[in-house]
Design a protein around this ligand. Structure first.
Ligand code: GLA
Length: 590
């Protein structure tokens, strides 16, 4: 039996120090889970920790997915087969640089949901329904039932957000009543306000930090005397935002900080041991100010995290430095690290076919919706992708600025079909001069969502645009068409030449391989868009912004022979488009 003791933890009566590493199954293809889990062992870890993203598993209310990359049951079996204990942090909210912190977008479309992450009746009704589905899947994996799950988290860093302890109690009793009988815990920053807002009486409190273990544990023991020291998120690296410099942490510095945690007698969860990838449209976003929710910053596709096990499962200098530290606490000799999958030879896939988005709109978009003001993505029933808003400016009139309010997140603007600019949230929100010399002009905004904020008061945002103005005048009367982007989008395209000659461009080519292998894809000439391989969406690229400039292509997506590569270049109006996709053997993350 697993138990919390005054100094730490015990298993079947013997002391157990949790040497854990975070690995999110939803960021790694299932075929690669066993390798990555063995790599955790080889680094010297005895436990793996994962979140559970509600929005991945319940894409629409009452529609559940636990298959493929969402096969949580299979993942938990794999953790056990790899000889690891497991810690599960099951949502509803997970943060994790994941769209909306794991909360489904459709919560924002339900008028009964008035607030998130508190005892709002509409919100809790959905959470309870989700727990009815999720918790029975976790129950048999608990160590009390012969499985390897030792502990389960309640919410996530709630002290960074709110003070509704009754909400945490509701979640804890929801876990308990559905059969969770291993210890429950919370995790929070070590400052007083985090811990006094986020810890739940009667439940283990743990702390999250990247350095200064002594101070963090002193704060924990002052505010939560009796709780043994555990760092639930030891931040050994960090994630990146589009348009910002890459963040890295020196291996030696990280290893010394890790040693500091362990020298304090604490247990640890290395966040991330292996980061993986924010495939498709799952990357979240932050704000420069988590209190006001202002200063939108979208997270990149790679979740390499500068972690010890890199995005494609390879060892790094940090891996070796951590192994040296962890080795001191191991029971016996550590297994050797194993090579990750084979690499494709460097090559070039010509993109020979092309198709304008506007010429395949009927095949891709939902029905046209009319409304006085632009409806949100959520109103239109999609999570991510593009919405084309079409409106009208009366004339004749002089040139006035055209501006947007509540843009989320980026818009290509067309006047009578001609591109006049690209607007960006919190950056460029005005086209300076839009003349309307005739009886009126058609205004089109093609709005892209870039990931929902996953941390702070900006959580729970809607995508789209709230208002469009010409000078001070609000433009009324909009038609909207929604194009959901994600896995499977290329299967809906109708290839063939079209008349539009403007707007985003789909491009297609074929990657021939003798045998599947990993690659990093570069898009020379590309600016911003999405890439699919055999229908699987690798995620967003933004070569003109960086810092990330290649996309990880994992081998399980390929088959021997011909593989379809589809690119959507959003900024095709700017001139150059990618003419080829290159397969490379090294990543360019900035
Ligand atoms: C917090 C959250 C995690 C993650 C990290 C940063 O600690 O709990 O989910 O967002 O920050 O990577």
């Amino acid at each position: 039996m697993f138990a919390i003791t005054p100094g730490g933890f015990s298993l079947d009566g013997r002391p157990l120090r949790l040497l854990s590493g975070a690995l999110h199954y939803f960021r790694v293809l299932p075929e690669q889970w066993p390798h990555r889990l063995r790599m955790l062992r080889a680094m010297g870890l005895n436990t793996v920790e994962t979140y559970v993203p509600w929005n991945l598993h319940e894409p629409r209310p009452g529609e559940y997915d636990f298959t493929g990359i969402a096969d949580l049951d299979r993942f938990l079996h794999a953790t056990r087969e790899a000889g690891l204990h497991a810690i599960v942090r099951p949502s509803p909210y997970i943060c994790a640089e994941w769209d909306n912190g794991g909360l489904p977008w459709w919560l924002l479309a339900d008028p009964e949901v008035r607030a998130l992450r508190c005892r709002d009746a509409g919100y809790l009704a959905h959470v309870d329904r989700w727990y009815d589905r999720l918790v029975p899947l976790l129950v048999p994996h608990q160590s009390t039932q012969g499985g390897n799950v030792l502990m389960v988290q309640v919410e996530n860093e709630y002290g960074s957000f709110g003070t509704d302890i009754g909400y945490l109690e509701h979640l804890a009793s929801g876990l308990r009543s559905r059969g969770i009988d291993v210890p429950l815990f919370t995790s929070d920053g070590p400052d007083d306000f985090f811990l006094t807002g986020g810890a739940l009486p009667g439940t283990l409190a743990t702390v999250n930090f990247g350095s200064r273990a002594g101070e963090a544990f002193a704060s924990l023991s002052r505010l939560r005397p009796g709780d043994p020291p555990m760092c639930m998120e030891f931040w050994c690296g960090w994630f990146d935002h589009w348009g910002s410099d890459r963040v890295v942490r020196a291996p030696q510095d990280a290893a010394e900080a890790l040693a500091g945690v362990l020298d304090a007698g604490a247990s640890v969860n290395v966040y991330m041991a292996h980061g993986g990838t924010n495939f498709s449209t799952w990357a979240g976003a932050n704000t420069a100010d988590p209190a006001t929710g202002e200063g939108y910053l979208a997270t990149v596709t790679s979740y390499d995290y500068d972690a010890p096990i890199d995005e494609r499962g390879g060892v790094t200098e940090k891996f070796h430095a951590f192994r040296k530290v962890l080795e001191r606490y191991a029971d016996g000799a550590l297994p050797e690290p194993e090579p990750s999958g084979p690499l494709l030879p460097a090559g070039r896939v010509s993109l020979t076919e092309s198709l304008r988005l506007f010429d395949t709109l009927d095949a891709l978009a939902g029905p046209e919706v009319e409304a006085p003001l632009p409806p949100s993505f959520e109103d239109l029933g999609i999570g991510h992708g593009l919405v084309l808003y079409t409106g009208h400016v009366p004339g004749p009139r002089q040139p006035y600025p055209l501006s947007v309010q509540g843009l989320a997140d980026r818009a290509h603007v067309y006047i009578d079909g001609a591109p006049v600019g690209v607007l960006e949230r919190d950056a460029t929100e005005v086209v300076p001069d839009v003349p309307v010399p005739g009886a009126g002009a058609r205004v089109e905004l093609l709005v892209e969502s870039m990931g929902r904020i996953n941390y702070g008061t900006g959580l729970g945002e809607r995508k789209g645009v709230r208002r469009v103005l010409h000078t001070q005048q609000v433009l009324h009367g909009w038609r909207a068409r929604a194009v959901e982007l994600g896995h499977g989008t290329p299967g809906r395209l109708r290839w063939g030449a079209g008349p539009s000659g403007r707007g985003p461009l789909f491009l297609r080519g074929y990657l021939d391989v003798a045998e599947p292998g990993d690659a990093y894809l570069a898009l020379p000439g590309g600016r911003k868009g999405y890439v699919w391989v055999n229908g699987f969406c690798l995620g967003r690229y933004w070569v003109s912004r960086g810092p990330q400039r290649t996309l990880y292509l994992p081998w399980p997506l390929l088959r021997a022979g011909r593989n379809e590569v589809v690119v959507l270049e959003l900024d095709a109006d700017a001139g150059a488009v990618p003419l080829a996709v290159e397969t490379r053997d090294t990543p360019d993350l900035g």
